[in-house]
Design a protein around this ligand. Structure first.
Ligand SMILES: CC[C@H](C(=O)O)C(=O)SCCNC(=O)CCNC(=O)[C@H](O)C(C)(C)COP(=O)(O)OP(=O)(O)OC[C@H]1O[C@@H](n2cnc3c(N)ncnc32)[C@H](O)[C@@H]1OP(=O)(O)O
Length: 329
């Protein structure tokens, strides 16, 4: 007996939409990006795993690592809170000082996952169905991930997802939120959302559109098919590092070295590189308010579908199914 459809607008978070924000001149800029404290408190108690930040992993480069390897770095609500904190710490570290010599030397950040897989999406076994399918949960999760990834894209840092294995569902959305993707010949990206009975909820629908033409985006999201290394390279969605299994951390640092050091091997002035990132992002619409408005539309679709019959059936099938049946990548 299919589950009773849930009321779609049962609970709405009071995250002011852009229109509301523009109407009120009293809200400071980017209030819409401030995470809801109730969500942060709530989400901390769901799931395992962690997200670590090494702010100076290499000269001028920070490292964000997803750690839930036994679940292919699936992202629990707890890990979403960790990621939000890590992005907040990087925002603080990037604040430019009056004296440019005093400012941070940060230029780039590598996003990777323990063991090489970046992320296999939302951790489907992290949250009890009564919570995961509660009408407020999809709004909370999508709003928090939209805010966090939008803030990641607004950082004046060059961001790179370094992947040696899978980036599936929300994991593919994480990968597309970065400026660059560095992959191995074995990497697979797969927007499985259609097979989960939903549309993207972490930004992937918007980010993919910023790289590819309409028809290709529709085909990739509409079929949920796997994208291998050769096609990702051909679509200019990723750079491929040859080699059986890349060390995602070191390969990421090596890739970003052209931004941290000049051809003679001297450190570039970090505040100039950060300004360059700000300029290019503003010109290409990355992290802009227009992009946020598109994320709001993505969230409306996602919330409408999450917890409905097709989604519940897909999640219950995944959680209850033996390994072999589901890995049809
Ligand atoms: C906005 C949310 C977004 C959406 O709605 O679409 C989502 O992200 S929903 C989640 C979408 N993700 C998936 O459907 C990916 C599911 N996982 C796989 O397809 C495979 O695990 C794969 C390809 C990532 C790796 O396959 P492989 O054969 O190498 O490993 P296993 O399948 O045996 O997985 C090992 C172990 O990890 C557990 N696992 C993997 N992914 C998840 C996940 N997303 N949530 C929870 N657990 C996950 C898997 O169950 C295995 O655990 P075990 O206890 O050993 O059975």
């Amino acid at each position: 007996m299919p589950a009773r459809p849930l009321p779609v607008n049962a609970i709405r978070l009071d995250v002011p939409t852009l229109k509301q924000r523009h109407k009120s001149n009293f809200l400071p800029r980017n209030t819409y990006l401030k995470p809801d404290t109730k969500t942060l408190k709530d989400f901390k108690s769901f799931g395992s795993g962690s997200v670590s930040l090494a702010p100076r992993y290499a000269p001028g480069i920070a490292l964000i690592e997803l750690r839930n390897a036994e679940k292919k770095n699936a992202m629990s609500p707890k890990m979403m809170v960790d990621l939000t904190r890590a992005v907040g710490d990087l925002e603080t570290l990037c604040k430019d000082t009056e004296d440019e010599k005093e400012g941070s030397d940060l230029v780039g950040v590598v996003l990777c996952g323990e063991g090489g897989d970046l992320c296999s999406g939302f951790d489907l076994s992290s949250t009890p169905p009564t919570k995961a399918f509660h009408p407020s949960f999809s709004t909370q999760m999508s709003t928090l991930m939209h805010q966090t990834l939008h803030r990641l894209r607004r950082l004046p840092l060059i961001t790179l997802a370094s992947i040696s294995g899978h980036a599936i569902g929300g994991g593919a959305e994480l990968a597309l939120s970065c400026d660059y993707r560095l992959i191995s010949p074995h990497t697979r990206l797969k927007f499985v959302q259609i097979g989960m009975g939903v549309t993207p909820g972490w930004g992937g629908g918007v980010y993919l559109q910023s790289h590819l033409r309409h028809g290709k985006v529709l085909e990739i999201l509409g079929t949920g098919r796997s994208l291998g290394a050769e096609e990702l390279r051909r679509l200019e969605l990723a750079e491929v590092v040859d080699g059986e299994k890349i060390c995602v951390r070191e390969a990421g640092v090596e890739f970003l070295r052209k931004f941290t050091h000049d051809a003679q091997g001297n450190l570039r002035p970090a505040h100039v590189v950060r300004e360059m990132k700000r300029l290019v992002s503003a010109a290409s619409g990355v992290g802009t308010e227009e992009e946020w408005e598109m994320l709001e539309k993505e969230r409306e679709s996602f919330v409408r579908l999450w917890g409905q019959w097709a989604n519940r059936q897909a999640v219950e099938k995944f959680v209850g199914t033996g390994k072999g049946e589901r890995n049809n990548l």
